[in-house]
Design a protein around this ligand. Structure first.
Ligand SMILES: Nc1ncnc2c1ncn2[C@@H]1O[C@H](COP(=O)(O)OP(=O)(O)OP(=O)(O)O)[C@@H](O)[C@H]1O
Ligand SMILES: [Mg+2]
Length: 267
């Protein structure tokens, strides 16, 4: 579990995150959503320590990351896997070498063990056959999968993905989401995804944090979004007439389910 406690972050006089508190739950895909410029990437960079926070604390399973020694921080960083926007693969290295890179930097064990681990991860993302290819020779979706294999090669406890679906078609996006979700459940990872992909939100949003102008505006699950009365959230998610109609239809469907009637009564 990752906790953000009263995080404040700005650049010069410009305050980007005035005061954010949130919890990223273990074994779940936690989504951070919000329009462009709402502070998602800044928040993620603060969480992984790529940017220092001005105030507040970030706790990794209770350990205060913000006040750790460099040595302790390094230990936490080794438990973090990150999928960067645009995959950020090394063009001069093969797929296999790209996935090997973190193992060479931080991994323990023999060369043979490391090679086996690389092939295990490539198999997991169904890319064993592309091991000897260079990034320029594979598709965008395949590059994302190489990025995922590289992010999980050190068995991370925490996985961060900034816009994992940008530039992908809806079907490939869903496959990437499914893969990230499966890995999260399989290894009980605390996964955090920045996205503005509505398919991701509706399909895999167990826990969603909606950011509006640097503040946490709403928090809940994809099921709760359907019934949320938060106007800003609704304007953001259901931006078109088509989606507003779809929401009403889904509301009617869900309303017919007894569980939901009971839950709404309780709330
Ligand atoms: N290094 C920086 N220096 C100054 N301002 C920055 C820096 N990084 C981000 N910002 C500003 O912080 C604000 C939030 O940016 P951020 O990249 O977090 O948005 P985002 O929600 O990730 O948007 P997008 O959906 O477009 O990726 C923007 O106004 C941006 O200009
Ligand atoms: Mg961003």
């Amino acid at each position: 579990m990752i906790e953000l406690v009263n995080i404040k972050k700005g650049f010069g006089d410009k305050i980007i995150l005035p005061d954010v508190s949130a919890v990223m739950e273990t074994g779940k895909v936690n989504l951070i959503i919000g329009s462009s410029g709402s502070g998602k990437t800044v928040m993620m960079k603060c969480m992984v320590g790529l940017m220092p926070v001005d105030e507040g604390k970030i706790l990794y399973d209770g350990r205060d990351f913000t006040n750790m020694s460099e040595h302790e921080k390094k230990e936490v960083r080794q438990q973090i896997g990150m999928l960067f926007q645009g995959s950020a693969l090394f063009d001069s290295m093969t797929v296999e070498e790209n996935v090997m890179f973190p193992l060479e930097m931080f991994g323990k064990g023999s060369i043979k063990d490391k090679r086996n681990r690389v092939m295990e991860c490539l198999e997991r993302v169904q890319l064993k056959d592309a091991a000897k290819k260079y990034p320029a020779e594979i598709s965008g979706g395949m590059k994302k999968r190489v990025g995922i294999a590289r992010a999980i090669v050190l068995n991370p406890k925490y996985l961060f993905c900034d816009e994992p679906n940008s530039g992908l078609d809806p079907q490939t996006s869903l496959l990437i989401d499914k893969l990230i979700k499966e890995l999260t459940l399989e290894y009980n990872i605390t996964t955090v995804i920045n996205t503005h992909d509505m398919n991701t939100v509706m399909e895999s949003g167990d826990h969603i944090v909606y950011m509006y102008k640097g503040r946490k505006q709403w928090e809940g699950s994809n099921k709760e979004i359907i019934f949320s009365k938060d106007e800003k959230l609704n304007d953001f998610i259901f931006a078109s007439d088509f989606l507003r109609d779809a929401k009403e239809m889904r509301q009617m469907e869900m309303f017919q389910s007894q569980d939901w009637r009971n839950k709404l009564k309780k709330d």
